[in-house]
Design a protein around this ligand. Sequence first.
Ligand SMILES: Cc1ncc(COP(=O)(O)O)c(C=O)c1O
Length: 226
Amino acid sequence: MSLDTFIEEYHRVFSRSSRTEYVPAVIKEAYNSVVIDVYGRKYIDFSSSASVVNTGYNNPKILGAVEKQLRRLIHYTHIYGFNEPALKLARKLISITGVVDGKVILGLSGSDANEGALFLSKAYNRRTYLLSYVNSFHGCTLMAAKASGIDLSRRVVRLLGEEGKTIFLPYPDCYRCPLGYTWSSCRLRCVEIVKEKIEELNGDVYGLIIEPIQGDGGIIPAPEEY
Ligand SMILES: Cc1ncc(COP(=O)(O)O)c(C=O)c1O
């Protein structure tokens, strides 16, 4: 099948709403940081598949652990019952975050994680506004889409009539500072803007959501000081 035919069928069967096409290649297999297409062409994947495969493709340690678990038990819900690997994972996640008496919800995706975080902070704080960033992307579920500043999400949220409660701040991009400063002479004006916005809203803010490295906005790292 030619690449054009392949892409044409893809467009016919997959919803456009679930796709952001960046890579015109049909990927068949991968190892370490290399992906290989159906024609045998090799590419070095500097994106780790949207930062999802940061451990490298087909990492033998992970393959081994997954295979071992799949042979023992693919799934029995840890919500109805109990299982040891789920407990070990929860323990590890809590130790990584360093949150004292942390609580874990295991989810399916980034959207799911952000939906949960936003939902919980809104329910807990009972306040009105969320702070987020211009050009941010936090996922496709409703709370996550409402929190996203990227054009595609804004259009969807507008269409649903769900606009208005997210305030979009300038992302701290030191390479192309949206405030027009150069690094260090800025004295982190972007941080002051966050404080001013919270004051302007009389503290009626239930959360702030930020990508430490803005992804779809252009792979922009926030400075450590921020
Ligand atoms: C920064 C960021 N947050 C959330 C998501 C949503 O993750 P998922 O596609 O797993 O729902 C993405 C996906 O690209 C993302 O880049």
